[in-house]
Design a protein around this ligand. Structure first.
Ligand SMILES: C[S@@+](CC[C@H](N)C(=O)[O-])C[C@H]1O[C@@H](n2cnc3c(N)ncnc32)[C@H](O)[C@@H]1O
Length: 396
């Protein structure tokens, strides 16, 4: 069946109207005339598979990754970099508008939009290594990833020689090209080739350290962070660097800062480089251990960290903090945390988010008492539909 793509959805897929029925077609862009096959029909929409492009949109670009067509990793390689930014800007404006928020984002580009990821998660099935196709368990075999750091691609090549048949391999690297290889697999592996590689800093197999160290040292701006193999760290170090500067710029001197969902203390330590004190809260024990070490390594004695679930601890946190930094996972802030926030009313909130839908939902509630001063859109995840936002709110 032939169809014309009329607009984008928020997941980076094209939408065609087939007999006025909304039809999602991955890997297409507005203006494309395509042949499609309907693969699923629901009450209000249907999903289709792209069979071939009959006439490409004038803005269509050739993807720079040979695995793009099947791989579930990137969505937007068929656009120019500038066009991906325009898409992201319109997407977040649209999501915010639905919640009645009209604001123009300050766009921050990725200095290196290709080969930027310091972490990739590879799946292994029947001895083949790759990524899953979008929202499936179907594996696309790959031999390199165009948005991963080159050193991760070098280590990926070695994985075909370790006798792995099934499982998952996470590769993480730092700015000195030191790599952690984190394997989950029931197979009997031959890891000599990894052990002998000078770039491999540590190997973790089924959650156990078997070679080297189980953490990496990451350097961002003037700070060093120890990051355990299972602790969160921003996947794009170049954009993280810019983000950390934004945090420093927007925290007042002498502020008393609460950093919720603090990970290894990245935002906490950046904040406390200008503020009087910081308390960070985080659920992952190893991340909190890293955060404590990081405070001492970077010579901050005014940074404290507590392990636990924010939604459980928050009611016991005293109302001493005039600045809250919140960087929650995709679900955004839970109801209890939002309630405490609106009861304590700190004079400033810096909300860092990787999900614009939950961000817009939470902001709508907070804007009853706060003004949205700044709204930065950071291109942390180039050529994918994902965005990172930093919002600065001040109490009215
Ligand atoms: C987006 S990351 C932000 C980390 C940190 N701000 C940074 O920039 O490196 C979200 C963090 O929240 C933590 N987390 C998830 N759910 C949590 C919860 N219920 N309570 C506390 N921390 C949580 C995750 O482990 C992760 O470290």
């Amino acid at each position: 069946m032939q169809a014309q793509i009329v607009r984008f959805d928020h997941q980076g897929q094209g939408i065609a109207l087939v007999n006025n029925f909304v039809t999602f077609v991955p890997k297409t862009i507005p203006g494309d005339i395509v042949e499609i096959e309907i693969i699923e029909t629901k009450k209000n929409y249907q999903k289709a598979k792209l069979i071939k492009i009959i006439k490409p949109a004038s803005s269509r670009k050739e993807a720079f990754c040979p695995f793009y067509a099947a791989c579930g990793g990137c969505d937007l390689q068929n656009l120019s970099y500038e066009a991906t930014l325009e898409y992201k800007k319109n997407k977040v404006k649209d999501i915010f508008k639905r919640e009645g928020i009209n604001i123009e984002p300050i766009l921050i580009k990725n200095p290196n939009p290709k080969n930027y990821r310091n972490k990739i998660t590879l799946k292994v099935k029947n001895g083949q290594i790759g990524y899953y196709e979008k929202k499936t368990n179907t594996l696309t075999q790959i031999t390199s990833c165009a948005i991963a750091k080159p050193i991760l691609n070098e280590i990926m090549e070695l994985l075909s020689k370790i006798n792995i048949v099934s499982g998952e391999v996470v590769l993480r690297c730092n700015e000195k090209d030191k790599v952690l290889v984190i394997i989950t697999s029931p197979d009997k592996l031959n890891l000599e080739i990894l052990k002998n590689n000078p770039n491999v800093k540590g190997i973790i197999l089924n959650n156990k350290l078997i070679e080297g160290t189980d953490y990496l040292e990451m350097m961002v701006n003037d700070l060093t962070f120890q990051v355990s193999f299972n602790a969160f760290f921003q996947v794009n170090s170049a954009v993280a660097k810019i983000m950390l500067e934004l945090i420093r710029e927007n925290v007042n001197e002498k502020a008393h800062v609460l950093d919720l969902y603090c990970g290894v203390g990245t935002l906490s330590l950046m904040a406390v480089s200008v503020a009087s004190e910081v308390l960070g809260i985080e659920i992952v024990v190893s991340a909190i251990n890293n955060a404590k070490i990081n405070a001492s390594k970077n010579n901050f004695n005014n940074a404290k960290f507590k392990v636990g679930k924010v939604e459980k601890i928050i009611t016991n946190v005293p109302n001493n903090y005039d600045t809250w930094i919140v960087d929650p996972p995709r679900q955004g802030l839970d109801k209890k945390t939002r309630d405490v926030l609106l009861k304590y009313l700190p004079s400033k909130i810096i909300y860092v988010s990787c999900d614009s839908n939950t961000l817009a939902r939470d902001l709508k509630e907070l804007l009853a008492k706060y003004s949205l001063e700044k709204y930065y859109l950071l291109d942390m995840f180039s050529y994918t539909h994902h965005v990172e936002c930093v919002c600065v709110l001040t109490l009215r």
